[in-house]
Design a protein around this ligand. Structure first.
Ligand SMILES: *Cc1c(COP(=O)(O)O)cnc(C)c1O
Length: 518
């Protein structure tokens, strides 16, 4: 099966013909769609016994092997890529499972033990190594520096995600990375994380303006054909298929960890709760379930930017519930989930549409989705038929969580946990959704076990955490939250590169200057 794995665009009405390498290097398909595999492979029949004692890395290999053909990446190379990607994690089992409330069956899956203390490291450490691997291979026969294929990754960040991209790409041959962020609008720790990296291929641009200005500039650079042809602009945003793939591992791994923790092989009802924004994280759980992992439900937790929650309740996929006003992103306590549209949701929609068509009618699903996406773009709204919403409800529940609930949950867990555990605000959104789901189900006999995904370390969101725990007896950010690795950043030298105006021309010349002097 793996020998024939190919990829198709969610908006395409033709056959799946794209290789894994092309899907990874292109990111987005030419027609604006996202890449999906030609088929979802199944786990082996005996995987529950055969895979239960595998390490995180061994499991990653088994799963990835099913999506990447041996001809594209030989097994020895794939093993090395995985080994290298997760050697940068501080926790021996990469993503440890922490029983925070065993009485109620609540377990936190800690995804923040990578270099930048955020779950995005799990995917971006791997993606960075993949980029390097493909470029090294493409450049093997280059005779001179001028012959080498190089890429220039350009991205914008509101603070949290830029550092994960930087740490994924630092020091990679033939890759340069430029991350734009709004001057004075990201936290000191976030700025320190990005600007103290010494590798020559890493550049940060502090742009006088807002995050939206930064994002607009990046979009214009992507649309600039001349610039693109010359500098091969690439992206590492959350629609890249390799990121979804890398995230599947921790669903399967934590499933086995939980079973061991419970001391039973008996099938418990296991639910995953995922703080969601662009829908990339939870989509990996959907694939794991579709491959055969016995997951009871996947629970989408959103903040007040609730497009996903509204879709699950009404079938309407639209930027705003109130069309009389222009749609605006709300700034919440969980900024990494502040979105209007969830870019990866398009992949789920494709599967939901296809599941309602005759067997094998993949091409038709592509043309239907293409129409939906065109309509979404022009009117800001799509209404899915009941059959599609019903299909979504078979696998997913959803909960929407407010800022004040988020802050209360940080406080509640701090008080109730014996070692005064501090949640980051994104994780707190998920934990709030978890307890709500437990309450909803309190009448059923067999209670479920919950794996609630913890997507960031609280030190990255000091402001909200401190606000939530303000005045709490004995609480100290320095003592209870801040890890030494982040503490020392404050004393390192920062490389600041100020762009004094939100201008695409100024950003482009800064990029060109840096590239030509490299
Ligand atoms: C990106 C991010 C999320 C949301 O993940 P999606 O894949 O976009 O749904 C949640 N929490 C944190 C801390 C993040 O950085």
């Amino acid at each position: 099966m793996s020998a024939s794995q190919r990829y198709r665009s969610t908006r395409s009405a033709s056959d799946a013909s794209i290789s894994f390498e092309e899907a990874v290097m292109m990111g987005l398909a030419k027609d604006g769609g996202l890449f999906v595999p030609s088929s979802i492979p199944a786990f082996p029949d005996s995987f529950l016994t055969e895979w239960k004692d595998l390490s995180f890395q061994q499991l990653a290999f088994q799963i990835m092997r099913k999506y990447i053909s041996e001809q594209e990446i030989p097994s020895d190379d794939l093993e090395k890529l995985i080994e290298k990607s997760y050697s940068t994690f501080r926790a021996p089992d990469v993503t440890p499972l922490n029983p925070i409330d065993e009485e109620n069956g609540v377990y936190l899956l800690e995804l923040f033990h990578g270099p930048t203390y955020a779950f995005k490291d799990v995917a971006l450490q791997f993606l960075g190594n993949l980029f390097e691997y493909f470029l090294v291979r493409r450049n093997a026969s280059a005779k001179s520096e001028l012959d080498r294929e190089k890429i220039t990754v350009v991205g914008a960040t509101s603070g949290d995600t830029g550092s994960a991209a930087i740490y994924g790409l630092r020091g990679k041959k033939d890759v340069s990375v430029f991350i734009l962020y709004p001057t004075g609008r990201i936290s000191p720790i976030q700025e320190e994380q990005m600007t103290t990296v010494e590798d020559k291929n890493v550049h940060t641009l502090s742009v006088k303006g807002t995050f939206d200005d930064c994002q607009d500039i990046v979009k214009q650079i992507f649309g600039d054909k001349e610039f693109n042809d010359k500098y091969h602009v690439g992206a590492v945003n959350s629609i890249n298929w390799a990121r979804i793939l890398a995230q599947m591992t921790y669903y399967v791994y934590s499933f086995f960890q939980l079973r061991k923790n419970l001391g039973t092989d008996a099938a418990s009802k296991i639910r995953f709760v995922v703080p969601s924004g662009n829908f990339g994280d939870i989509l990996a759980g959907y694939y794991a379930k579709a491959m055969g992992l016995p997951v009871d439900r996947l629970i989408i937790a959103t903040n007040e930017n609730d497009i996903l929650d509204r879709f699950m309740k009404s079938g309407r996929y639209e930027k705003t519930a109130d069309n009389s006003k222009p749609a605006e992103v709300k700034a919440t306590y969980s900024p990494a989930m502040d979105i209007l549209i969830s870019s990866n949701f398009e992949r789920l929609l494709w599967y939901l549409i296809r599941d309602n068509l005759a067997e094998g009618d993949d091409k038709k699903a592509g043309s239907i989705l293409n129409e939906w996406m065109t309509q979404l773009k022009s009117t800001g709204s799509v209404v899915a038929p009941e059959s599609v919403v019903a299909a979504a409800r078979r696998d997913f529940d959803s909960e929407k969580v407010t800022d004040s609930e988020t802050a209360s949950m940080i406080k509640k867990v701090y008080h109730s946990h014996p070692r005064k555990y501090v949640l980051d605000p994104h994780t707190a959104v998920g934990v709030t959704a978890t307890y709500r789901n437990i309450e909803r189900d309190s009448t059923t006999k067999e209670s479920a076990k919950y794996i609630s995904l913890s997507t960031a370390h609280p030190a990255k969101f000091a402001e909200v955490v401190n606000l939530s725990l303000e005045g709490v007896d004995g609480y100290s950010f320095e003592k209870d939250v801040l890890p030494d690795e982040l503490r020392v950043l404050a004393s390192k030298e920062k490389r600041l590169n100020l762009i004094d105006e939100a201008s695409v021309e100024k950003v482009k010349s800064a990029i060109i200057k840096a590239l030509e002097s490299a």
